[in-house]
Design a protein around this ligand. Structure first.
Ligand code: ACO
Length: 381
């Protein structure tokens, strides 16, 4: 494929959310709030909460498997896996590496991306740029969060807003025109203190004191974030529309970060975009940070809100402060046939082989470590 014929298309999409729902009525029993306040101030009615054992990596893996299946792409074909998350499984190893191992994506590089709620769009921009240059062919970009693990469940200002979930897309180079047409990634670190998780990093390592001061939970200045969000979501949308040589009238659907219905309405108002052309699902999931756009994209496609040729704009803002926009000309390139029994068997076998290989590598490392210790070898020899 010649370099000037490469287009980057979204060929697979998928989402995974925990089954457990936390409704506004449930929250009324936990903090001093009301369904009426939450609904009118945010538009949120319920959110999903991970149960024990459900983590950022397990949700990411569930979404990734569905996106790969939709795309008809095997994990062995992936060159790159990016997991955007504000709640990674660990500081390290990267959640993306856990996903890579579980999928058995043996040829893929994998890393986590920290840009809070803008992380998925940052990942989409970076992966599509790498594909367009010809450096790689196929990438998996995931947004996954378990925000319920860093929310202060006693703080009514924040605990009503957030939820857990994951969404993923598969991107690949194709000769058909369309796909990712424009991207923007921006930041303003001076606004960092407006939305932060103060402790657990090198500035305030976990200690009895940080725990006593409840510094491992989200701290947010809601009103300032609100004003910033309205401005940058509209700016980012205008930027990508202009870069693609289009006008807002040619945008079939805006998929904004699902933080607050009023923020979205104000941004749409600035863009003079009627709400019928704005996708909303925050009533059911709340703010799932980096997962909100891939979850919304998946639902929008499944509901038939996007047709081949449509221009869709995705915009996000988040901690950092960060913001981002991506414009895609939608194309459903692969007639998605249900997997044949033969393909299903091949995929199950690949997954089993990946699990066995991963266990074998872990066991081999353990045994070699034991042998070295028995031989009295120094650990770094
Ligand atoms: N129930 C009842 N009352 C509440 C609640 C609640 N859950 N939360 C706050 N209040 C009270 C406040 O205490 C305040 O009372 P006061 O006037 O006596 O002090 C009053 O309601 C109004 O507070 P405001 O801050 O003016 O409420 P506002 O209309 O701005 O809505 C909200 C607050 C929903 C937080 C809004 O500012 C917002 O959505 N901001 C953006 C937040 C956001 O999107 N954050 C995510 C960023 S993305 C990321 O990176 C994670």
């Amino acid at each position: 494929m010649a370099a000037n014929q490469r287009y980057v298309h979204i060929v697979g999409w998928g989402m995974e959310v925990p089954e457990r729902r936390l409704t506004n009525a449930d929250l009324e029993r936990m903090v001093e709030t009301s369904d009426e306040w939450i609904t009118t101030r945010t538009g949120i009615k319920e959110r999903r909460i991970a149960r024990e054992g459900e983590t950022t990596a397990t949700l990411a893996l569930g979404a990734a498997r569905k996106a790969l299946q939709k795309a008809g792409v095997s994990p062995a074909d992936l060159d790159l896996i990016i997991v955007a998350s504000a709640t990674p499984e660990h500081a390290f190893p990267a959640t993306a590496c856990l996903v890579q191992d579980a999928l058995g994506a043996d040829r893929a590089g994998a890393f986590d991306l920290s840009a809070a709620c803008s992380g998925f769009l940052y990942g989409l921009c970076l992966a599509s740029q790498a594909i367009r240059t010809g450096a790689i062919e196929t990438a998996l970009v995931i947004g996954s969060e378990t925000l319920s693990r860093i929310v202060d469940w006693k703080d009514r200002n924040t605990c009503v807003l957030f939820g857990d979930g994951a969404g993923a897309v598969v991107l690949t180079a194709r000769p058909e025109p369309g796909g990712v047409l424009a991207c923007t990634m921006r930041a303003d670190g001076s606004g960092g203190p407006l939305l932060e998780l103060p402790a657990g990093g090198s500035r305030y390592p976990t200690s009895l004191e940080t725990l006593a001061h409840n510094m491992h939970t989200i701290k947010m200045k809601g009103r300032e974030i609100f004003r910033f969000a309205v401005r940058v979501m509209a700016d980012a949308a205008r930027h990508v529309v202009e870069e693609a040589g289009l006008t807002m009238d040619e945008v079939a659907l805006l998929i904004p970060h699902q933080a607050n219905r009023r923020i979205i309405e104000a941004a749409a108002n600035r863009l003079k975009l009627p709400m019928e052309r704005v996708y909303l699902n925050l009533d059911r999931y709340g703010n799932t940070s980096s997962a909100s756009i891939p979850i919304a994209l998946t639902e929008a496609v499944e509901e038939g809100r996007l047709r081949p040729g449509d221009h869709v704009v995705m915009v996000a803002f988040g901690a950092g402060l960060t913001w981002a926009g991506v414009l895609v000309q939608w194309a459903e390139l692969l007639p998605v046939a249900p997997p044949t029994p033969r393909r299903r068997l091949r995929e199950r076998t690949q997954s089993l082989v990946a699990r066995i290989r991963s266990s074998w590598r872990r066991t081999r490392r353990y045994v070699w470590g034991l042998v070295r210790r028995l031989r009295g070898e120094p650990p770094l020899s």
